[in-house]
Design a protein around this ligand. Structure first.
Ligand SMILES: [Zn+2]
Length: 198
């Protein structure tokens, strides 16, 4: 019983009609729910930003969403305002089976830094605590699903592989943003890190 299903950011703002909608994001909810029954543990992540978060294009004069800027911790893609704490957009998709979750981990809650990965913030060194949770429960085999494949899923899977977990990404249960070649880049980076794409 060492297999965790990690469901990345299945929230209203990442689904059609949301502020940062991923095409087809809502189409994978039912299959993700079905997948939960076979897992030893289910972890949900929730993008959870304060209003005026530094990753929002609205906070940078003259900048538009999807432009890249240099932050003290490295390059950062700018996004539309999304997943603001306490808003409907930050809530999970209403059909997602949140009852089955053993743990809900929130990320991106510090104003000055974004967090794509479920393991580390975007400086790639500040831990979220998820590694410790999984290790202390003996969960060594991780399967990732959710949104978006080429950002939060990929960064999470790559970090998990670097940390020594056995990692699979179930691509049929993910959807991507695929901006400017980001999906091909993410697939290459995941494979290079030892992630299995199923
Ligand atoms: Zn975000």
């Amino acid at each position: 019983m060492n297999h965790a299903l990690i469901v990345i950011d299945m929230q209203n703002d990442f689904c059609p009609g949301g502020a940062l909608a991923v095409t087809g994001g809502d189409q994978i909810v039912a299959d993700i729910n079905a997948k939960m029954s076979g897992a030893s543990a289910v972890v949900l992540t929730q993008d959870w930003h304060p209003a005026q978060h530094s990753s929002f294009a609205s906070q940078h004069a003259g900048r538009a969403p999807l432009e890249v800027i240099d932050m003290p911790y490295g390059p950062q893609v700018l996004w539309p305002d999304h997943c603001v704490q306490g808003t409907r957009g930050a809530e999970f998709h209403p059909e997602l089976n949140t009852d089955r979750a053993d743990l809900i981990i929130r990320k991106g809650f510090r104003h000055q830094i974004d967090s794509y990965s479920a393991f580390f913030e975007n400086d790639q060194r500040t831990p979220t605590g998820l590694e410790g949770y999984l290790r202390s429960r003996g969960l060594t085999e991780l399967e990732f699903v959710g949104l978006a494949t080429d950002f939060c899923v990929a960064w999470s899977a790559i970090d998990a592989a670097k940390l020594g977990f056995s990692v699979r990404v179930l691509t049929g249960l993910c959807r991507s943003i695929d901006h400017d070649g980001s999906m091909a880049q993410a697939e290459d980076a995941m494979r290079a890190a030892g992630v299995t794409l199923v």
